[in-house]
Design a protein around this ligand. Structure first.
Ligand SMILES: [Zn+2]
Length: 407
């Protein structure tokens, strides 16, 4: 009998499944986020519904064996490379089927992406992201919700909304979204990941990105700001006062040299923190929790900025709130089926032996996850998926197939 501790399954509040193609393939590169983005765009050009379903199944399986019970997939690979639509929501339903096969709960955050940058047209790669206009996006979103509701159980697959960033949607369209988007839908946006976004926003509109969202009427408790790395005190105050969620992606932010966001200050101001693996440099809720705290320590010179319990809350209840899986809020969500999702951690491995159970967020890794249960069914044991087998095999096959196609 192995020694184990049972904890709630983690929630991955920010994912781009196709970024998994880039793991271990950009580390020969110097420069900033913007140089990395060129490689990411090359990966984005190569995917079709069938190959994406394969890849996403493997990536979601990796999440499941690592202890995630739900994922918010921030999705913008909507259309064919030339911008024309696939029939019947080809890419979106591929992601939904992938989640179903992997046995993970999916909130598909369908993203409005209309501009190539502030004052810039879409480039050749970005064409497939765009619906051509904000109302066309709203119409496709409504249609997608109906299609998903028809084909999938809402406890397993739901549609949410996203605005890619204030770089990709102009203020007039942000206001349309604030006025017309169903208020029940969670809404995510990439916010101030890079200083250049803040500078461009101020140059074009005279205010920073957070203030721009505030003026557009988008700063409400259903909004999740992803990254929120480069904020001034006034912006932190705005996000906190509005009761926004903030999705931090500490391993991605380290990998892309984004910077360390003001997590402690945001939480103190009233924002609810969640965690995401974003570009999947690693898929491991434990490393994400640890990276959040380690970033804070390196930034402040102080240990224990977050308690282990606060880190675990960000990885679980915070994610459920961000994705709208706890409509009553984390405290009042008793009876929610999502609370029955759990993972068991071995406490007798080389990493965890001798550790106090409540300090596991600073100790364990995904390799210590002995079992994962989602929706009352065991879906993974010791790194192996119950129905799909070893996610490493799935990933190897799916990535090789995409690379073959790209050649
Ligand atoms: Zn992202």
């Amino acid at each position: 009998v192995t020694a184990r501790v049972r904890l709630p399954a983690a929630v991955n509040a920010h994912s781009h499944a196709f970024h998994r193609l880039l793991r271990g393939r950009t580390q020969d590169q110097t420069g900033s986020f913007w140089a990395w983005r060129e490689r990411m765009y090359a990966a984005a050009r190569s995917l079709e519904p069938e190959s994406y379903e394969h890849l996403a199944t493997a990536v979601f399986a990796e999440m499941v064996v690592s202890g995630f019970g739900a994922v918010g997939e921030f999705h913008y690979l909507h259309h064919r490379p030339d911008g024309s639509p696939y029939p019947d929501h080809g890419m979106e339903l591929s992601l939904a089927r992938a989640a179903q096969k992997a046995g993970i709960r999916l909130v598909l955050l369908d993203s409005c992406y209309l501009e190539g940058g502030i004052g810039q047209p879409l480039n050749a790669t970005q064409r497939r992201f765009s619906d051509g206009g904000v109302r066309a996006w709203l119409r496709r979103l409504a249609d997608l919700r109906a299609a998903v509701a028809q084909q999938f159980d809402p406890e397993w697959v739901r549609v949410g909304a996203a605005v890619h960033s204030i770089r990709a949607v102009v203020p007039a369209d942000l206001a349309v979204i604030a006025a017309e988007l169903d208020p029940d839908l969670p809404l995510h946006i990439h916010l101030s990941e890079q200083p250049a976004e803040n500078a461009q926003c101020r140059a074009a509109y005279g205010v920073g990105p957070t203030e721009l969202l505030h003026r557009s009427g988008l700063l409400t408790s259903r909004l999740s700001a992803v990254h929120a790395t480069h904020l001034d005190p006034g912006e932190i105050e705005l996000l906190g006062a509005a009761g926004c969620s903030v999705v931090l992606c500490p391993t991605t932010e380290a990998d892309l040299a984004d910077g360390i966001g003001p997590g402690v200050e945001l939480a103190a101001a009233g924002a609810a923190l969640a965690l995401g693996t974003d570009q999947h440099a690693v898929v491991d809720p434990w490393l994400e929790m640890r990276a959040l705290e380690y970033g804070e320590r390196l930034r402040s010179g102080i240990r224990g900025r977050f308690t282990p319990q606060q880190l675990l809350a960000a990885a679980t209840a915070g994610g459920r709130r961000s994705l709208g899986l706890d409509p009553l809020g984390p405290e009042q969500g008793a009876g929610s089926p999502f609370l029955d999702d759990w993972m068991e951690i071995r406490t007798d491995t080389v990493r965890t032996a001798g550790a106090a159970a409540e300090q596991l967020p600073l100790v364990a890794t995904a390799a210590d996850v002995a079992a994962v249960s989602i929706g009352g069914r065991i879906v993974a044991r010791n790194g192996i998926h119950e129905t799909l087998g070893d996610p490493a095999d799935l990933l190897e096959e799916a990535i090789a197939a995409v690379q073959q196609q790209a050649r």
